[in-house]
Design a protein around this ligand. Structure first.
Ligand SMILES: C[S@@+](CC[C@H](N)C(=O)[O-])C[C@H]1O[C@@H](n2cnc3c(N)ncnc32)[C@H](O)[C@@H]1O
Length: 300
């Protein structure tokens, strides 16, 4: 009853706003999409296996906004909600850690750490803590959907480990975090535990390759790797590079959901997307009427 009333009020408000902003529908559409995502997050089945209820989710979202309002962060709370939804949907009996590569000042880390606390998983936090490394060769990064291009420099996005720890202590839960400082090409070799979810936000194709090389083998069937580089063709193309995947990972490239313009979390574009490790689509995915299956007898 109460929720029906709320929906009615929401719809009326939405219509009023729509009329007021006829010439600027972007903020309205944006809020509409974000509301849909939040509603999905609030679905009672999401997190129920971890005894996470609606009130806890509301607190979590409030905290996500508080963190990003106080810590300079390269990703937005709605991205953190989408990743929280994914993490809360992993069955508790699937053992493993969550990993973040590329934390900068720890804004996304603080928020992920709160989710990890709720689900009782460790958060492995990997970063040089001295910013980006030199790119192997100076590459032009281009974002066709944004009509933007540019370059990265060594040391961009630098934050010291102490600053990151301070931010996580203030806005997240540092008790679940294990820090792995240093450049990925050296440090990620030490990873050996099962990983159930990864967030890779590292800006460079070479850094992305280092992360994939060491993290992908530790993921189980169905595990997802979210990244924040969907619109950057130089980085997202790694997920389609069959030559590299065959040579380094002994499999074909898995592809990437959201390549070029990101997941539909905003009317314009987002930088969030993901790859999923699927061992055997024929075992895990559904059959549909608009595709053909050679092993099926044709019905006459
Ligand atoms: C865009 S920032 C991450 C932003 C953060 N996730 C957020 O939401 O605020 C990119 C981070 O990746 C790290 N990084 C990139 N390449 C790296 C590498 N090869 N080894 C270690 N750290 C790297 C940088 O130090 C930087 O902190």
């Amino acid at each position: 009853m109460l929720s029906a009333l709320k929906t009615k009020i929401d719809n009326s408000l939405y219509r009023i706003l729509l009329i007021r902003h006829r010439n600027d529908s972007y903020p309205i559409a944006s809020r509409g999409i974000q509301r849909l995502i939040t509603e999905r997050f609030y679905n009672e089945h999401v997190g129920s296996q971890y005894n996470v209820n609606r009130k806890m989710k509301e607190e979590l979202i409030k905290q996500f906004y508080l963190t990003t309002a106080n810590v300079e962060t390269a990703t937005s709370p709605i991205y953190h909600i989408v990743m929280a939804l994914e993490i809360l949907s992993i069955p508790p009996e699937v053992e493993g850690d969550i990993i973040e590569c590329g934390c900068w000042k720890g804004g996304s880390t603080a928020n992920l750490s709160l989710v990890c606390k709720l689900v009782g998983r460790r958060l492995i936090v990997c970063d040089s803590f001295e910013g980006l490394p030199e790119e192997e060769e100076r590459l032009m990064h281009h974002y066709p959907h944004l009509k933007v291009y540019g370059y990265y420099e060594r040391g961009m996005y630098t934050a010291q480990l102490d600053e990151v720890k301070e931010n996580i202590t203030r806005y997240g839960d540092i008790s679940v975090c294990k820090f792995v400082p240093g450049f990925f090409s050296e440090t990620l070799k030490i990873l050996n535990s099962q990983i159930v979810f990864a967030f890779i936000d590292v800006d460079l194709g070479s850094s992305m390759k280092d992360c994939i090389k060491y993290i992908w083998p530790l993921l189980g069937n169905g595990s997802k790797v979210y990244t924040d580089d969907s619109c950057d063709m130089e980085v997202v193309k790694v997920w389609f590079d069959d030559v590299w995947w065959n040579k380094e990972m002994n499999q074909v490239a898995p592809g990437y959901v959201g390549s070029g313009c990101g997941l539909p979390l905003s009317p314009k574009l987002t930088s969030l997307g993901y790859a999923v490790k699927v061992l055997d689509p024929a075992k895990d995915f559904n059959r549909v009427s608009w595709l053909s299956y050679p092993d099926e007898e044709k019905v006459k």
